[in-house]
Design a protein around this ligand. Structure first.
Ligand code: C2E
Ligand code: CA
Ligand code: CA
Length: 435
């Protein structure tokens, strides 16, 4: 019973509990000797499990654990602390160079083909390294440090290792604080929806606007969505934010309809989390529109391509619902991801938004211009309208217009505006809005 509680039955290695007991012991040995933990996580292990099955995954893990044990000969011990996570502990390590070498050896040992059940697979792993006592005063801190370093290694493109650094701790702390503040931001009404006009390139009429969220932080000032949307997605607070955005969009549409009967559209950015979470609120949108007497066609949902690659059933169902209701779909940031024609067609997309990164480098006779021209022709063939994002110069505007692009959005026309400035802008151009 003791063995079962302290050792992993699959690999026979110490488990998380046993690892903690041993590390606690190391820390309490008061002679303050330094030691090193390496946290190793296999890259894309979930894909292997999903495609080849759990049984296969289990057998693969056995081979991996063998290879780690064999290549980390002078390790104190190797532990398996979760699905595809291993921790390797070393005492008496002399230098950083030495650690580097060991870490490279371990990763190297995993890189040759692995044969399990007549299948050959190639894997890689990412590793985070933390040294005691500098990087953590106790077991928990030290493992957390190794974990943070491991995530850095993943972000750097996987198949590598990273050392924990003070910076990482500071970043992690800043993140924690931001998360805490984010939790009450809705309640304290710190969010505001800004609007950036989308204009038709021939005629410069304002036809649409994209809703862009802003967070007015009481101490830190205006925080960019780029800084907090990923956090909000991780904690699913994006669902509440998404509902806020949607209700603001309806309110603004209602105000706009008061002085024009034009079919003005507001587009909202929809996070994949909103589509995949069961009770995200997205299913209430139809009733919300109905109650406000706003036609679904006044809303454009901006989604990214990532969504269309292996979408979960619920996501798929909701995308279809959106299309069926009469809301329109725009594919955001086109050109930065998979950019697959098949997805475009499959999803009944109405608009394709060319990413700012392409627009940035458009010059006469440039490759970027050729790319944009090709995208525009292709989109038109598929029955989609094209919106170019991030137009900042008259030249970009001119070249895109000549290329046949339908709509533009960017600082050249207008920055994102708060509601009152935005309403002033479209009221001024009332003539443009009415038919
Ligand atoms: P996005 O959907 O690609 O939005 C366009 C971004 O480009 C906006 O940044 C906009 O202010 C900026 N932009 C537009 N024209 C120009 C230009 O001419 N020059 C430059 N330099 N920038 C331009 P913003 O507002 O910071 O939003 C960043 C991203 O945050 C958005 O990228 C979107 O992915 C996300 N986001 C914003 N609001 C929401 C929201 O309500 N929900 C969700 N899920 N995501 C949002
Ligand atoms: Ca967008
Ligand atoms: Ca975009």
């Amino acid at each position: 019973i003791w063995r079962q509680a302290h050792f992993d039955h699959l690999t026979d290695l110490p488990n998380r509990l046993e690892l903690k007991i041993r590390l606690n012991k190391q820390f309490s040995n008061s002679n303050n000797e330094s030691f090193v933990v390496m946290l190793l996580d296999i890259d894309h292990f979930k894909d292997i499990n999903d495609t080849l099955g759990h049984h296969y995954g289990d057998n693969l893990l056995k081979v991996v654990s063998q290879r780690i044990v064999n290549s980390a000969k002078n390790a104190e011990f190797v532990a398996r602390i979760g699905g595809d996570e291993f921790v390797i502990v070393f005492n008496h390590i002399k230098s950083t160079r030495h650690i580097n070498q060991i870490a490279s050896n371990i990763l190297q040992s995993l890189s040759s083909a692995i044969h399990v059940e007549n299948e050959e697979v190639f894997i890689s792993a990412s590793m985070g390294i933390a040294c005691a006592p500098e990087d953590g005063e106790n077991t928990e801190q030290l493992l957390k440090a190794a974990d943070q370093a491991m995530y850095k290694a993943k972000n750097n493109g996987r198949n590598g290792f990273e050392f924990f650094s003070r910076d990482m701790r500071e970043q992690a702390q800043a993140r924690m604080l931001l998360l805490k503040d984010l939790r009450c931001a809705i309640e304290y009404k710190q969010f505001e929806l800004f609007y950036q006009p989308i204009v038709s390139l021939n005629g410069l009429h304002i036809h649409k606007a994209e809703g862009l969220i802003r967070w007015q932080h009481p101490q830190k000032g205006l925080i960019s969505p780029i800084a907090f949307i990923p956090l909000a997605e991780e904690t699913r607070q994006i669902n509440a934010i998404g509902q806020f955005v949607f209700s603001q969009a309806i309110e603004t549409l209602t105000d706009i309809k008061k002085f024009t009967d034009d079919d003005f559209q507001i587009s909202v950015n929809v996070s994949p989390v909103q589509l995949s979470t069961a009770n995200s609120g997205i299913d209430d949108w139809y009733a919300m529109l109905d109650a406000a007497k706003i036609s679904p066609s006044s809303i454009v949902a901006e989604i990214t391509e990532g969504l269309m690659v292996n979408p979960e059933e619920l996501t798929q169902k909701r995308l279809k619902q959106i299309v069926k209701s009469g809301m329109q779909l725009a594919l955001d940031d086109f050109g930065t991801g998979y950019s697959s024609l098949a997805y475009l067609q499959e999803m009944d997309t109405d608009y394709l938004k060319i990413d700012k990164r392409f627009v940035d480098n458009i010059k006469a006779d440039s490759q970027e211009l050729s790319l944009c021209e090709a995208i525009i022709v292709m989109a038109h063939q598929l029955g989609l309208k094209v919106i170019a994002e991030g137009i900042e110069t008259p030249l970009q505007y001119q070249l895109l217009t000549e290329a046949g692009c339908d709509y533009g959005q960017g600082y050249l026309f207008s920055k994102p505006l708060n509601k009152s400035d935005f309403m002033d802008l479209i009221a001024e151009k009332k003539v443009i809005l009415s038919k």
